[in-house]
Design a binder for this molecule. Structure first.
Ligand SMILES: Cc1cc2nc3c(=O)[nH]c(=O)nc-3n(C[C@H](O)[C@H](O)[C@H](O)COP(=O)(O)OP(=O)(O)OC[C@H]3O[C@@H](n4cnc5c(N)ncnc54)[C@H](O)[C@@H]3O)c2cc1C
Length: 400
């Protein structure tokens, strides 16, 4: 590999890195995206984007790759009780920005499509290749290993889009900060599922099951449980146990002909973030900057917002140190709202006992008076703008 200079070098070609790479290349910047995997596989990651995130993706011009990846519109969210009874429905067009639906998709297929799309917009993609170091300076020097050979690339800006366990945080001399683990979140992809809706959620205290279409014959099923309940129930040990547990929350017969179509896995659902998002000529986006509790499924919406916020700043401000500082300020503000919301949802949905029941009753009464709960109850549809996660907002949310 010959040493070359780019405006932007991005470590990581996941949804965040490839979206950002394509958008910046489309604006005429020289972009290099480095991705360590030679092909993407199902790692049990986000396959649902809420209407707010859908809107962010369209606003930044990602409509074409979303179509190419075959995303499935999910216009209604149905809520279920433990016996598989539908008790409520949310039609997104009634409350979302531009009446947009949520969308479901195959994560590896969208990764693949976005990386190919980034190339079609003019980005250079190196794959499989790994970023192993970044030296900051007036122009960062990015060290990449590909096929056993090492090369240096010069960049005006180095972007870390390397996920929740980001090594790029080291470039910024940042620490990884994690909330205490509270529950586990597991996923499994199934085919042969029979249903009359596309998106269901059964938030029974202490457990929750969600399911939605990711393609014409694929259904992603998620289970949230406390870690000790994952062990007790054995849902994480065998596919049969996972399916039997999930089926209890769905309309009868939904999973009768279901077949495993991907790996199964459970993950802790605490939020994890970087103590610093921008420094000098380096910046972080997506899960590398800060990942959310997967239960609320806001990670992909957040990364599409990152792509819009950072690309708008970089293409309108020639001073990129100032632009990335401003991105870090904005990112911190909207991440704080989303993280608070994740915590509040966990307190409300995931705990058992009289105190938790009291919280739920107060919340339900407050919802009667103000269905938006000060704006936080429509966050999935409308996003975090205008919301402040302060004590007053918390009291409104919990009906105190
Ligand atoms: C179980 C689970 C369920 C989830 N469900 C949802 C959901 O329903 N909805 C939702 O919105 N979000 C969900 N999320 C969150 C969502 O998956 C993430 O927020 C999203 O995938 C983050 O994308 P990313 O591009 O920032 O990071 P990643 O997807 O982690 O991508 C990082 C990329 O960087 C590459 N990389 C890493 N290091 C290097 C290196 N040194 N050099 C080159 N390449 C490198 C990796 O190979 C990878 O391709 C879920 C997460 C989990 C764990």
């Amino acid at each position: 590999m010959a040493a070359r200079a780019f405006d932007v070098v991005i470590a990581g070609g996941g949804l965040a890195g490839s979206s950002l790479g394509g958008v910046l290349a489309r604006s005429g910047l020289g972009v290099l995206v480095v991705e360590k995997e030679s092909g993407f596989r199902d790692r049990i990651r986000g396959e649902l984007t809420w209407p707010w995130g859908h809107s962010e993706a369209l606003r930044v011009g990602l409509g074409e790759p979303l179509d190419l990846a075959g995303v499935v519109p999910l216009p209604v969210l149905d809520f279920y009780e433990e016996d598989g009874r539908r008790v409520d429905s949310q039609r997104w067009e009634e409350i979302s920005i531009d009446a947009l639906p949520a969308i479901g998709f195959s994560h590896p297929r969208l990764q693949e499509t976005l990386l190919t799309w980034a190339e079609s917009q003019g980005a250079t993609v190196l794959r499989p290749a790994k970023v192993v170091g970044v030296l900051d300076g007036n122009r960062p020097s990015v060290t990449v290993v590909q096929g056993g050979r090492t090369a240096e690339f010069q960049a005006r800006l180095a972007v870390g889009a390397d996920g929740k366990k980001s090594g790029a945080r080291r470039w910024l001399r940042a620490d990884t900060v994690t909330d205490p683990e509270h529950h586990w979140f597991g996923g499994l992809l199934l085919s042969g599922v029979h249903w009359d809706d596309t998106f269901g959620w059964a938030p029974i205290p202490a457990s929750a099951v969600g399911w939605f279409a990711t393609g014409t014959d694929s259904c992603r099923v998620y289970i949230r449980l406390a870690a000790d309940r994952v062990r007790e129930t054995g849902v994480g040990r065998t596919v049969d146990a996972f399916v039997a547990f999930a089926a209890k929350f769905m309309p009868e017969g939904t999973l009768d002909g279901a077949r495993q179509a991907g790996p199964m896995g459970f993950f802790p659902n605490s939020c994890t973030w970087s103590s610093r998002i921008a420094l000098g000529h380096a910046v972080l986006v997506g899960d590398a900057a800060g990942a959310l509790d997967p239960t609320q499924g806001l990670g992909t919406s957040l990364l599409f917002r990152d792509v819009r916020a950072l690309s708008e700043l970089l293409t309108t401000d020639r001073d990129w140190e100032r632009a990335t500082r401003e991105f870090a300020r904005q990112r911190q503000a909207y991440y704080d709202v989303l993280r608070a919301y994740d915590r509040w949802c966990a307190l409300l949905d995931a705990e058992e006992g009289p105190e938790a029941d009291r919280r739920r009753n107060l919340n339900a009464a407050a919802r009667e008076k103000d269905p938006t709960l000060g704006g936080f109850a429509t966050l999935e549809a409308r996003g975090p703008d205008g919301l402040v996660p302060d004590e007053e907002a918390r009291r409104i949310y919990f009906g105190e």
